[in-house]
Design a protein. Structure first.
Length: 485
């Protein structure tokens, strides 16, 4: 495939390309351009001009265009789901769910922008301004750079692209290097639906180059990134030169505290959700902090009822529910992290097998808060490190040992214990009788705590991130109005 710049599918100006590889079998699926700096600068420059045109299209007409996109999304649903599976290595049932989430996100974005109201200020409360009418309106930021991760490429693209476009911004999208094809196809559907050429640009290439060039461009109004902490720090440093705004959803090492009085069926089910997408989730339990009295039952049932029953095989088979990691290199990194944790004193109870990009669901017992796995070593794979505690204060101490603060969860029947955990953990979300993997579209999600970023990506507050409030004052308006009566 090619890049999409100003409505045209183009190669890199230097002719360089990158292979897109199926992680399941190692086959090359396609190639994409490795954008040069001049390609990135051109895309951003033309997006600035296109944004002014796109924003002049009235809201109800923008809504019609994006509803046309939803029709095209439905038409191409099968192809898009298949593409996600081929380039990402997740089972096709999960890919269909991801495409359906794109539909819901865009549909919601259309509606919330249509009901994004300004305010009027009360008069007569401040001396000297009794006759002034003061109101606010919402305006787009301009060009928003959307840097999309590999783990949920379509779903997270939609959270960035849908609200930004509907609010009148232009977007310059940089998909993940490893799996850009689905995002490119989605961008093509926006163009086919009638989005102003240039208001939806897509450049491909490595984040270490393309992402940095985007961050340094002063014409970008905001950078919206879902990715790792190191990438966020690098982008923030470069963006600071131009005081470019940024919204980040970064890493996580989410704790799941399982109390002695827990509903064990629920605990095992919530923990087992970690196998989704082969454990490649920013949110979702990554540390299992279990009361010592129920640890053995929890661990044994988790292995027997959830991990041994995952269905592997042909990823295009709707019954398959466990796939591979994004690459063999990613699986090797998980393997290295497991070996490190064992060398620090943990005990391998189940799993620990790697074949290419496949990594078997793995349980480590005897983990402690002194180990790297408890702190800032985010493991993007199907690993279940188990910690034990005697008192709830000890559990909270273990949970708070990480500099990440994305999400968390607690399984407890005692409401007082659950509320103590919810009040004590410095995370953007705490799920009571659930895991950090809970993700409802309307609910604020993401960082806001510690090193996990500053975005609160969701439908209920996303417009606060993609628009700016402008104050407009009509001086002496009420005096003139009263004189005219």
């Amino acid at each position: 495939m090619k890049m999409l710049i100003s409505g045209h599918w183009v190669d890199s100006s230097n002719g360089q390309t990158l292979d897109v590889v199926n992680p399941y079998d190692g086959a090359v699926i396609d190639t994409v351009p490795a954008a040069a700096r001049e390609d990135v600068d051109k895309a951003i420059s033309e997006a600035v001009s296109a944004q002014r045109i796109w924003n002049r299209i009235i809201i109800r007409e923008r809504a019609k265009i994006l509803r046309k996109f939803l029709e095209l999304l439905t038409r191409d649903r099968d192809d898009l789901a298949r593409t996600i599976t081929l380039e990402t290595g997740k089972p096709v049932f999960d890919s269909y769910g991801e495409i359906d989430s794109v539909y819901m996100t865009f549909e919601s974005a259309i509606e919330i922008v249509k009901h994004h109201y300004g305010k009027s200020m009360p008069m007569g409360i401040e001396g000297g301004y009794d006759d002034d009418l003061q109101v606010t309106v919402h305006e787009p930021l301009g060009v928003i750079a959307c840097i999309v991760p590999f783990n949920f490429p379509a779903a997270l693209w939609a959270f960035k692209a849908g609200p930004a476009l509907m609010a009148g911004n232009a977007i310059v999208v940089k998909p993940a290097t490893s799996n850009p094809l689905t995002v490119l196809k989605l961008m093509g559907l926006l163009a086919e639906a009638g989005v102003t050429p240039g208001a939806a640009q897509c450049v491909t290439g490595r984040g270490s180059s393309v992402g940095n060039w985007i961050s340094e461009n002063p014409a970008v109004a905001q950078i919206n990134l879902t990715g790792g902490v190191n990438a966020g720090k690098e982008i923030a440093r470069r963006a600071a030169e131009n005081l470019t705004d940024y919204k980040f959803e970064l890493g996580g090492n989410d704790p799941l505290i399982i109390c002695a009085d827990c509903d064990m069926d629920l605990a095992v089910n919530e923990a087992g959700d970690k196998t989704r997408n082969a454990g490649q989730c920013c949110s979702g339990a990554k540390r299992f902090i279990v009361h010592e009295s129920v640890k053995d039952e929890f661990m044994n049932r988790l292995i027997e009822e959830r991990l041994k029953t995952v269905k592997e095989g042909d990823l295009m088979d709707p019954d398959t529910d466990f796939g591979v990691l994004i690459s063999e290199e990613a699986a090797k990194e998980v393997e290295r992290q497991v070996e490190l944790t064992v060398s620090q004193g943990a005990r391998l109870v189940y799993g620990g097998v790697r074949r290419g990009a496949y990594y078997m669901p793995t349980v480590l017992d005897g983990c402690t808060k002194e180990m790297d796995v408890c702190k800032n070593m985010e493991i993007f794979g199907p690993l279940f490190p188990i910690f034990t505690f005697k008192t709830l204060d000890e559990a909270i101490e273990i949970a708070e040992a990480s500099d990440y603060g994305l999400s968390s969860g607690v399984i407890a029947n005692n409401l007082a214990d659950a509320m103590k955990v919810a009040a004590s953990l410095r995370t953007g979300m705490v799920a009571v009788n659930g895991s950090g993997g809970f993700r409802a579209q309307e609910l604020p999600f993401g960082g806001g705590k510690k090193m996990s970023g500053n975005s609160r990506e969701c439908m209920s507050s996303v417009l606060e991130e993609v628009t700016q409030e402008k104050s407009i004052i009509f001086r002496y308006a009420m005096k003139k109005y009263n004189q005219a009566k």
